[in-house]
Design a protein around this ligand. Sequence first.
Ligand SMILES: Cc1ncc(COP(=O)(O)O)c(C=O)c1O
Length: 455
Amino acid sequence: MDDRAAANFLKENNARHYWHPMADPKQMEANPPLILAGGEGLYIWDVDGTRYLDLMGGLWNVNVGHGRDEIKQAIIAQLDKLSYHNTFNGLANPPSIELSAKLTQLLAPEGMNKVMFGSGGSDANETAFKIARQFWKVMEQPDKVKFISLRNGYHGMQFGALSASGGMVWRRAYEPLMPGFYQIDNPDPYRNPWTDDPHELGRICAAILDREIKHQGAGTVAAFIAEPIQGAGGMIIPPENYWPLVREVCDKHDVLLIADEVVTGFGRTGAMFGSRGWGVKPDIISLAKGINSGYVPLGATVFNERIAEAWTRDHPLAAIMHGYTYAGHPLACAAACANIDIVVNENLTDNAAKVGKHFLNRLLELKDRHEVIGDVRGRGLMLAIEFVKDRETKEPFAPDDPFITGLGPRCLERGVLVRTQAHRVVLSPPLTFTEDAADEAADALDGALDGALSE
Ligand SMILES: Cc1ncc(COP(=O)(O)O)c(C=O)c1O
């Protein structure tokens, strides 16, 4: 089969057999996917050989860039030793132990002490929920079982994680979800019914959490979970005072604080961890994505000293009857150790802060040129452009408006891959991003907007 025939074989079989995540199969038939064949650094290319600047960074996760030799070598070296064995009771492997040490060392300022592994972000949050409930049982407070989360929060798609996720678009087709999960208003500086003053907004939204805990009864609430910056729900950056106030509220009611750092971990926001950027120490942190830049599926949940301490007690329910076949997968953990070394040694956190600022400034220039841009926001290399029909009323474009649906393809024509999400374009390139690449991206977006608006 020559290259063209091979590409056609893939396209035909994709249309015939493959249901993709987060997609309407009928629409996928009409708009076949870009079939990616390769990647190097900041770029990827498709089966037809066309190259694109990867402004999705995989899916907010390829922090060190594509095709890194250090990670490939670490995976190969591990394959030569042991490709897989389980880590259930009585068994372990070196890379997962090394990674647990590396993670707790990296998270020493937060007082993190114990680690459990899974295969992704949803797994990490399921583990966080189950261990949080078990913690309260072991602590002889078995009624503390409820979870509070934020509207527009995204914590994954398994039933527990989805029950905490606060977007109706993800929930509706799968309701009813799990009992014991409650969502409250999120602090959204651009869209909220209360105030334009960020400080006041932070105060109001923390007070809403306080009210909800009191309403539920603090003795029934296990934990509050949130992303340090909401990603999939719209790239929403809370005000500076929000997370510190949330920590105070949780402490006041003795409710655990779970930071879902699946996206914000490992440098993406310009701090090594998003919660560290807000100056807050969570009790539990969920990690995935940037932990090994997606080279092999991996998630991790880390627990602080207080939670670890509970397991020094004797309790009939203290055995951790939770875990996954692929927990501590040696290839994934070997990749993670190599990945974290790159993030630290190349100081990608500072690079994300510096280049992110430059990229944000370039996008703000686009806002001056295009009336359809209602808001541009970003922290490190997590950025978004929000499109509105009217800046005054902030009326958003419908997700199926041809202007919105045309943006992705127009960007591709100009050599950049972006993620359109409802009425937004979300940008999360690798943390090895450069100012030149940011200029290339901004120019392509500018051209794509000119093209879409001229129709
Ligand atoms: C904040 C957050 N948590 C959890 C998840 C779920 O991760 P996964 O898709 O690996 O299960 C995601 C995925 O995007 C996420 O953004």
